[in-house]
Design a protein around this ligand. Sequence first.
Ligand code: KG4
Ligand code: ZN
Length: 344
Amino acid sequence: MQKKTIHILSIESSCDDTGAAVLRNNEVLSNVIAGQKIHAAYGGVVPELASRAHQQNIVPVVDQALKLAGITKNQLDAIAFTQGPGLMGSLLVGTSFAKSLSIALNIPLIPVNHMQAHVLAHFIKEEGHQAPPYPFLCMTISGGHTQILKVIDYNNFEILGETIDDAVGEAFDKTAKILGLPYPGGPLIDKYAREGNPTAFNFSEPKTANPLDFSFSGLKTAILYFLQREQKKDANFIKQNLNDICASVQRTIVTILMKRLMKAAKETKIEHVAIAGGVSANSEIRSSLKSMEKTLGWTTYIPKFEYTTDNAAMIGIVGYFKYLNADFGKEDITASSRLGINES
Ligand code: KG4
Ligand code: ZN
């Protein structure tokens, strides 16, 4: 017979954050994250530095997660870890750590798909947060991905649309870099945009063959050329118009996202709509989605701030669902930098 209370230790190391969390069933007991400031100086994540930092962080982060949860490693029922997608060198650190610990403790090892985890973070038990019913739509927007998914079950996803070039997080970060802002620039664009005029400047929306797909590389180039032109006339253009530029760029990006999401909802007739991933921390995306409740009658699902950017709690919730279905990994399981949404 299945135990009623399951403790899962989960580990996330797909990019530049080392995370460990402990879940008791679908409830988070601890969720520890160690970011890596070192990349800011390089304007982006440097894979080799990320891997080295994961090696330094993983033991103290796991230790702290267990301490904060108030349990010992002998009380764990399983270990979940991010198998992919992500940076190979980073993934390998979490994978080997999780593997060794599961062998030492003789408990199941559960590989988790990072992109599924962003979506299923909505199922973490939280006061005031309702989990969406299946099927629902989820727009997953992060530094590496931009997808509109029809979520049929915890392990069954249909891609309705996705980016054909840059991810939306890259569009934010690359624009920020052009503006001379540090990495990651997404949160800074969000911050400056609050003080700016979103209709000050116009950037055209890209066209894609599949109307539910996204394309952001053209927008980035348009912004670059626009700024080069303006700076020729006035060297202080960026400094003097930073808020308005950020607000205008952000408005364009949010319009692109919301148009596709509305089209997907109309085509599928699904009105339970969620967002997930690091970029869903963006305040304008959150308020635009929320406004759809009134204008279109949707029920919307916005993750708690803590579960939007990379974290281990979201890995733990997928681990929990897989545990309930005895969906465990074999001992020879390896990290995989390119996992499709239904793989792992
Ligand atoms: O999901 P995530 O933590 O990592 C990936 O798996 O990619 O997403 C990170 C991305 C970065 O591009 C960052 O700039 C963006 O999320 N981001 C934001 C905001 N907060 C984080 N973008 C726009 N507005 C924000 N408030
Ligand atoms: Zn992520």
